[in-house]
Write a protein that binds this ligand. Sequence first.
Ligand code: SAM
Length: 251
Amino acid sequence: MTESARGTGRNIAGAEYVSALSTRPSDLRARDAFRARALELVPAGGLIYDFGAGPGLDARYYAEHERRVAAYDIDPEMCRYFADYCGELIRAGRISLDQGSYAQFLASARTRGNVDLVTANFAPLNLVSDLPGLFAALAGLTRPDGCVLASVLSPYYVGDLTYRWWWRNLPLLLRRGEFAVPGAQALIWRRRLPAYAAASAPWFTLESAYPGTTHSLGRVSVRGVAAGAPGAWLSLTRSRYMFLLFRKPVR
Ligand SMILES: C[S@@+](CC[C@H](N)C(=O)[O-])C[C@H]1O[C@@H](n2cnc3c(N)ncnc32)[C@H](O)[C@@H]1O
């Protein structure tokens, strides 16, 4: 059964989302590349926490590849789709789904401490306004050597240059490192790499940034992008998404 077919008909919002995200070849490639990076970071038996898990496509994939999985999404409709789509794996104890308010998620995350890798694919972090508050909670969620792998909207994506809102907000992006535009669910933030590095500190260090296209494309120097080196950020213009890897500093 294909990813788009499972669970169809029971939850329209989830089904529509899955079908939209399963159409564009670039989205399919981005998902493949993100999953491959996530599996590289966690050995079989390790625990992945999928933040902003949506309908559960990645959660199911990780569980089918011998990782233990926990997940959270703020949207009850998405959670209903997730519970259906991952039903038998939840019943088998291979996936657990946290539901509830964002405040409840933050409170329970702070004391958990057993997660090897937090994943956030297809831009959940762009829907969070208080990123330092989230990273503080993710620090509590993860083990001392845990990390966070996030796919975020690239503020450098060349495809966005045709939109007036991008040009209108360019001064803010350059001056403050971030800007937000209204979205259906929440404000949608676009942030430069230094803004992510600052929001994740002191709990995490932004270690790597990758263009979110194919798995084979190389790593971009975070320091190069922060310093405005043209070669560094140019490689992030080709893809709608960039993958960021945050690691806890060695204490
Ligand atoms: C574009 S979807 C990505 C879903 C999934 N990660 C995927 O790869 O298909 C973004 C998800 O982030 C969730 N989200 C938005 N704000 C959130 C928050 N504060 N906490 C948790 N999830 C959130 C949305 O409900 C939505 O399911």
